[in-house]
Design a protein around this ligand. Structure first.
Ligand SMILES: Cc1cn([C@H]2C[C@H](O)[C@@H](COP(=O)(O)OP(=O)(O)OP(=O)(O)O)O2)c(=O)[nH]c1=O
Length: 197
């Protein structure tokens, strides 16, 4: 039975990431995008997973709405945080660092609701295969990695760089959707109506 759309509160997505927006849309969650301006820098010596959770909370607290969802993705290799590459040359250096080894992708998730708030972090280990110089050069030059933490997109052509993923795939894409679903359920969001609609 279809339910009335008005019974599903609109979720304010406190993030400008097109990937997060796409995932909310794929779940059928009504949403609007309102990215807050916050300082997203990771403090020197800050644990990367803690930083991801802290930054997600910061984004959630700086957005207004009854139901707010925010996330932040931090890529770390050997304890070193790789942000978004500034240009193709830096993207090339990131890929050289990631080639043939494991790294971590931590995505913090924060929710604010009329019923309470919650924050968590989801961590996935990703292994890159050994990349040839020409691949590093071509991928960096393509620009695909420039707006992404770590300088690659697992959901786009960057998928061919990845040898193994241990943990949640969507955490790498920037939104741990199963954890989001559980958190929404715990906070009393009417999820059955989303799937009924
Ligand atoms: C590693 C990886 C990251 N990413 C993206 C997800 C995030 O959008 C981005 C990490 O940067 P974030 O700062 O988490 O997000 P954002 O700048 O895109 O949006 P906002 O700050 O407004 O919330 O990297 C991928 O899309 N695929 C990947 O494989």
């Amino acid at each position: 039975m279809a339910s009335v759309a008005t019974s599903r509160p609109v979720i304010v997505l406190a993030s400008g990431s097109p990937r997060r927006r796409e995932l909310l849309a794929r779940l059928g969650l009504p949403h609007r995008v309102a990215p807050p301006r916050v300082d997203e820098s990771v403090a020197p010596g800050e644990d990367p997973a803690d930083a991801a959770r802290r930054l997600a909370q910061l984004k959630a607290r700086n957005a207004s709405g009854a139901w707010v969802v925010a996330a932040d993705t931090v890529v770390a290799v050997d304890g070193r945080v790789l942000g978004k590459p500034r240009d193709p040359a830096e993207n090339r250096r990131f890929l050289e660092l990631l080639s043939g080894r494991d790294h971590w992708v931590h995505t913090g998730l924060a929710l604010r609701a009329p019923t309470g708030e919650t924050a968590l972090v989801s961590s996935t280990r990703v292994r890159f295969r050994d990349l040839a110089d020409w691949e590093i050069e071509a991928y960096a030059a393509s620009g695909e990695g420039l707006d992404k933490a770590g300088g690659y997109g697992i959901q786009e052509k960057g998928m061919v760089l990845v040898e193994a993923v241990e943990g949640d795939f969507f955490t790498v894409m920037g939104l741990p959707v199963a954890r989001l679903w559980q958190a929404l359920a715990r906070l009393g969001y009417p999820l059955t109506e989303v799937w009924d609609a």
